[in-house]
Design a protein around this ligand. Structure first.
Ligand SMILES: [Zn+2]
Length: 895
C-alpha cells in the first residue's frame, strides 16, 4: 500500500501554510463583524487538521526526536477539537497517575452510535442466547473493532511514535481504502504505557549528544514491573493492566487486537505471525488460522511496498498466557503482534553485512523470510514507516472482512460453549474451607475480572464420586472464554519437541534432535491455583446442579467466638492475615507468634498451630477488633488465659530492598508485593550500601533476583552516565558483612543467592551452577517443595507448596567449620513427583536438595530463597517465605 508514503509526505510543509491562512481570516472575522456572509462561508469549510509536523515542529520519527506522552495526548486533543471522526476516552490512571486515554476513530456517524456497536460486539462475544442467523444479522450490522497499541514496552520507541502519525493519516487521508476503513472499522488507538513513554523520552533527551545517548534506562519503564507489563495479563497486578483488561474485556470486546513491539530478530526488520512453536493447545483453532491469515496479509503488504526483511515463524511462540495478546486470544479476540527492528531510541545506525550474524550473511531466502534486508541505514523513521505499513494492512483487512470477523468471534465463543458440554474437563470446583481463604478469594475475583463466569452451588452435591457442600465455587469450561479457564487451571504438559520432529520442522526430512534446550519464549508451567495455594478439583463428568452466578468471591463472615479477657488467637494461614498483622503492628499492638500448637482452652483439643497469632487484648478491646475482623473476614477466638506455649514477639522489621541500576523486574515485583501487603521499606542503591552503618538503619536487607556479577560490578565504565556505573563493589560487600555481624538479616532471592554464597563464603553450594545444558534445563515451571512447618520461615504455610523454579539455585550443605553454626534447611525439593506443572530436564539434580536455607552469619543470618517466591506477583502460595523472612529479622523469642 503506497498510501503510507503519500500520506506521510503530505504531512510536510504544504498544509502548514493553509492552516496559517485560515487563522488569519478568522482574525478578520472577529474584528470586522459586518463581513458575516463571507466569513461564515469560510468557517463552513472544515479547517485542515494540523499535521504532526505542524504541531510538534518535527516529523514523527525524525532522527534524535522522541515525542513524550503529554505531547501525543495534546495532539490527540487538538485533533478531537477539529475532527468529528475522533473521540477520546479516559479509561484509567497509570501507576504514576497519568490519565490512560484511547482514541476511537471512525466516521462521525459511527462514532455517534458507539454504544450500539459496542453492544453488538459484546453480544457476539458472549455468544449465549444468539442463534446463528441472529449472529449473522448482527455481524452484518456491526463494525469491526480493531485495537492498535504502541509503546507497551516503552524503550521500544517506534510503535508509540507511529500511533501519533497513524491518527493523523486515518483522519486526513481521502483515499478510498481509508474511507472504507472509517466506514467499516472502529479503530482504537492506544498508548498503553504513559509513564514509560515519558520516562524514556526524558532519559533520551537528557543524554542526547553525550556518550550515553543510547544507554539503557537505569530502572523500570513501568513503575513496578517494567517489561513484565506484558506478562501480567491474567494476574492483573498493576493499575495499567487492570485498566487495559477492563476496557478490552468489559467495554469494547474488540475483534482484532494488534500489539506492537520493537525487538525484531536482527537482521530481520519486522517479525509478524505465523508464530513459532510450541503452540498453546488451548487456543481456538479458528483463531490460530486467522492469526496466520492476518500475519500473512501484513507480510504481503510489505512485499507490495517493496519493503524488505519480514520474518515469521521465528523466536516468538504462543505458549505462555500472560502476554496481553494471549489473554485476548483466550477471549476470542484475534490478536496479532509484530516486532519491528530497532537500534536505540531515535538514534540512527548504519549496518554493514559484516555486522550480520554469520547465518544471515549469504542472504538465504526461506518461505518465512522471503526478502532479506541487505543492510544500510536504519532510522527511527524507517521503523515508524514499518509500523504504519503493518497497522494499515491490518485495518485494510478488517474493513474487507468485517462481517466474517464479527461472525468468527461468535463462532469461537459458541464452539467453546458447545465443545465443553461434551468434552472433559467440564470445569473445576473450588470447595469452601480452603486452608487460605484469602488466596481462594483473590483467585476467584481475578477470574471474574477476566470476564469468566463463576458460580456458587446452592445445594450439596457429588461430582466424580466426591461430596461437595453448598457454597462450593463452580467454574464450568462450557463458557465463551472457557479455554482461558482451562489454560490457567490445568497442569501444563509441555510438548517435548524432540519426540515428533516431523510435527513442527517444515523440512523434507526432519532432524532428530537429541539435546535440549527446546525452549519456549517464556515459562513452561504456570497453573494458577498451584501458584496461589488454592485447592481445586477438575470435573470429569458433566455437572447439573442448582447454582448462581456471582460477581465477587463471597468470603466467610468474620466471627469473634469464645469468651475471655486475655486476648485473641487468629490463624496465620490466610494471606490477608499478613495485611491485618502489619496494620496491627503499625498501630502499636503487641502480637506474638505461637512457637508450638496450643488448645483454644485448657483441656480442649488443640486448634491453633505454630505460627498462629496471639494478641493480648491490652490496647485492643473487642470493639476495636470487630471492624478489623470484618474487614479481613477473620475468625477470631477470644482467649481466657495466656496460652502456655512458647512465643515469639513479632515486630515490624525495618526493611531495605536493594535496587540495582538496571531493568530489574524482580526488584519491582518485590516492591509491589511488599506494598500490597503493607510492609514499609526503603530502596537502597550502591552508594548507600557502600556508605555502611546499615545495621543502625535496618533489620533486614533484601537482594532481588539479579546476577552475582551485576550486583558486585554493575555497569562497566563508559556504558552509562557516571552516577550509574559500578555495583556494590568490595566496599559494599564489607558493609553488608558488618551489617550481618551486628545481627542484620540478608534475604537473597533467586540468583542473588549465588552472590551471597560467593561473597560470604557460605558453607552451601549451588549444585545447579555447574550442570551442562544437555543434562539440565529448567527455565520456568512449578515444582513440589516440602517445608518444615515448625520453622518460623514457614509459619502459616502448608507442608507442601508449588515453587516457581526458573534456573534457580539448588542447595547442598558443605562441611561447616568447627566454630560455626550449621545452616538450617527450611524447604526441600520433593524426592518424588517433583514436577507439578511444566517440564524440565534433569529432575534428579533437584530431588531432596535444599530450596530454602537459613545460614547463621555473625550475630545475624543470611536467608537463601532459591526458587522464586514472589515471581511476577503470581506465587501467592509462597509469598509468606519472603514475609516471614522479614518478620524474623525484626522479631525475638520471649525469655
Ligand atoms: Zn516488547
Amino acid at each position: 500500500m503506497a498510501k503510507t508514503k503519500v500520506s506521510s509526505e503530505k504531512g510536510g510543509s504544504q498544509p502548514k501554510t493553509r492552516t496559517k491562512q485560515v487563522r488569519k481570516f478568522k482574525g478578520i472575522f472577529l474584528s470586522a463583524l459586518t463581513l458575516n456572509v463571507f466569513c461564515l462561508s469560510l468557517l463552513a469549510q472544515p479547517s485542515p487538521l494540523p499535521t504532526p509536523e505542524d504541531f510538534f515542529g518535527f516529523r514523527v520519527g525524525a532522527d534524535y526526536h522522541l515525542l513524550n506522552y503529554e505531547q501525543a495526548i495534546n495532539y490527540w486533543k487538538k485533533l478531537e477539537s477539529q475532527s468529528p471522526k475522533i473521540k477520546l476516552f479516559e479509561y484509567g490512571r497509570s501507576s504514576q497517575g497519568r490519565p490512560m486515554i484511547l482514541a476511537a476513530i471512525s466516521t462521525a456517524e459511527n462514532l455517534s452510535r458507539l454504544e450500539h456497536y459496542k453492544d453488538i460486539s459484546k453480544r457476539l462475544a458472549l455468544a449465549k442466547g444468539l442463534s446463528t442467523s441472529e449472529a449473522q444479522s448482527l455481524a452484518a450490522q456491526g463494525k469491526a473493532i480493531v485495537w492498535i497499541d504502541g509503546g507497551l514496552h516503552a524503550d521500544e520507541v517506534a510503535p508509540a511514535q507511529h500511533i501519533v502519525e497513524l491518527t493523523y493519516d486515518l483522519l486526513s487521508d481521502p483515499s478510498p481504502q481509508t474511507q472504507k476503513i472509517l466506514e467499516d472499522v472502529l479503530t482504537l488507538l492506544v498508548l498503553p504505557n504513559p509513564d514509560g513513554m515519558d520516562l524514556v523520552a526524558e532519559w533520551y533527551a537528557k543524554n542526547l549528544g553525550t556518550p550515553y545517548e543510547t544507554s539503557p534506562l537505569p530502572g523500570l519503564y513501568q513503575e513496578y514491573i517494567g517489561h513484565d507489563n506484558n506478562r501480567d495479563s491474567f494476574m492483573l497486578s498493576v493499575p495499567e493492566t487492570q485498566s487495559l483488561n477492563r476496557v478490552i474485556h468489559h467495554d469494547w470486546y474488540p475483534h482484532i487486537f494488534y500489539n506492537h513491539h520493537q525487538t525484531s530478530p536482527f537482521p530481520a526488520l519486522i517479525f509478524v505471525p505465523p508464530d513459532s512453536e510450541p503452540t498453546n493447545p488451548n487456543l481456538p483453532p479458528l483463531l490460530l488460522r486467522w492469526q496466520n491469515f492476518i500475519g500473512t496479509a501484513i507480510a504481503k503488504a510489505f512485499e507490495s511496498e517493496g519493503k524488505q526483511g519480514v520474518i515469521s515463524r521465528f523466536l516468538f511462540d504462543t505458549w505462555y498466557p500472560g502476554y496481553i495478546t494471549q489473554v485476548c486470544d483466550f477471549h476470542n479476540i484475534i490478536s496479532t503482534f509484530s516486532e519491528t527492528f530497532l537500534f536505540e531510541y531515535a538514534t540512527p545506525h548504519f549496518y554493514k553485512a559484516e555486522d550480520f550474524p554469520p547465518e544471515y550473511r549469504d542472504f538465504t531466502i526461506s518461505l518465512f523470510f522471503t526478502n532479506p534486508w541487505l543492510g544500510g541505514w536504519w532510522h527511527l523513521r524507517d521503523a515508524v514507516e514499518y509500523c504504519l505499513t503493518a497497522s494499515k494492512s491490518v485495518l485494510d483487512l478488517a474493513a474487507k472482512h468485517k462481517q466474517e470477523l464479527l461472525y468468527a468471534k461468535y463462532a469461537m465463543g459458541l464452539e467453546s460453549i458447545e465443545r465443553y458440554k461434551k468434552e472433559p474437563p467440564f470445569g473445576w470446583v473450588i470447595p469452601p474451607g480452603q486452608r487460605d481463604e484469602g488466596a481462594a478469594a483473590r483467585l476467584i475475583n481475578n477470574l471474574i475480572a477476566l470476564d469468566l463466569e463463576v458460580f456458587q452451588a446452592e445445594e450439596d452435591f457429588r461430582a466424580d464420586g466426591a461430596p461437595y457442600p453448598k457454597g462450593t465455587y463452580v467454574l464450568p469450561t462450557s463458557q465463551p472464554f472457557g479455554r482461558l479457564l482451562k489454560t490457567l487451571f490445568e497442569a501444563q504438559v509441555y510438548p517435548d519437541l524432540r519426540r515428533f520432529p516431523s510435527l513442527w520442522q517444515s523440512i523434507v526430512e526432519p532432524i532428530e534432535l537429541k539435546v535440549p534446550p527446546l525452549r519456549t519464549y517464556d515459562v513452561l508451567g504456570w497453573t494458577l491455583p498451584y501458584q496461589m495455594g488454592v485447592a481445586t478439583s477438575p470435573l470429569y463428568s458433566p455437572l447439573e446442579i442448582k447454582m448462581k452466578r456471582i460477581s465477587r468471591a463471597a468470603l466467610p463472615e468474620a466471627q469473634i467466638t469464645g469468651v475471655g479477657g486475655y486476648g485473641y488467637a487468629i490463624s496465620y494461614a490466610n494471606i490477608d492475615s499478613v495485611i491485618f498483622l502489619n496494620r496491627l503492628l503499625k498501630s502499636g499492638a503487641q502480637v506474638f507468634w505461637a512457637k508450638e500448637g496450643f488448645p483454644a482452652q485448657d483441656g480442649q483439643k488443640k486448634i491453633f498451630f505454630a505460627g498462629d497469632l496471639i494478641i493480648p487484648a491490652g490496647a485492643f478491646p473487642p470493639e476495636k477488633m470487630k471492624p478489623l475482623a470484618d474487614e479481613f473476614h477473620l475468625q477470631v477466638f477470644r482467649l481466657k488465659r495466656e496460652p502456655r506455649c512458647p512465643k515469639q514477639k513479632v515486630s515490624l522489621p525495618r526493611t531495605a530492598l536493594y535496587q540495582p541500576w538496571s531493568h530489574n523486574m524482580d526488584e519491582g515485583w518485590t516492591r509491589l508485593v511488599l506494598e500490597k501487603h503493607g510492609f514499609p521499606y526503603t530502596s537502597l542503591h550502591n552508594a548507600e550500601i557502600q556508605a555502611g552503618d546499615l545495621r543502625e538503619r535496618f533489620d533486614v536487607i533484601i537482594l532481588p533476583n539479579e546476577s552475582p556479577d551485576f550486583i558486585l560490578n554493575g555497569h562497566p565504565m563508559g556504558t552509562m552516565p557516571p552516577e550509574y556505573i559500578g555495583g556494590i563493589l568490595p566496599s559494599g560487600v564489607r558493609a553488608l558483612g558488618e551489617f550481618l555481624k551486628e545481627g542484620g538479616v540478608l534475604v537473597a532471592l533467586g540468583s542473588s543467592c549465588d552472590f551471597a554464597i560467593q561473597q560470604f563464603h557460605l558453607p552451601v553450594q549451588n549444585v545447579a551452577s555447574s550442570l551442562k545444558p544437555e543434562e539440565y534445563f529448567a527455565s520456568g515451571l512449578l515444582v513440589r517443595v516440602r517445608l518444615d512447618q515448625s520453622h518460623p520461615l514457614a509459619y502459616g504455610m502448608p507442608n507442601e507448596v508449588a515453587g516457581f523454579f526458573a534456573n534457580s539455585p539448588v542447595f547442598q550443605d558443605l562441611p561447616v567449620p568447627a566454630d560455626s553454626r550449621p545452616p538450617v534447611v527450611v524447604g526441600k525439593y520433593a524426592a518424588e513427583d517433583l514436577v507439578l506443572s511444566g517440564w524440565m530436564l534433569g529432575e534428579q539434580f533437584l530431588k531432596s536438595k535444599a530450596a530454602v536455607v537459613e545460614v547463621p552469619y555473625g550475630k545475624g543470618k543470611i536467608i537463601l530463597l532459591g526458587f522464586r517466591v514472589q515471581h511476577r506477583g503470581q506465587t501467592v502460595g509462597t509469598f509468606k517465605l519472603l514475609f516471614n523472612s522479614l518478620y524474623n529479622a525484626g522479631s525475638r523469642d520471649l525469655p
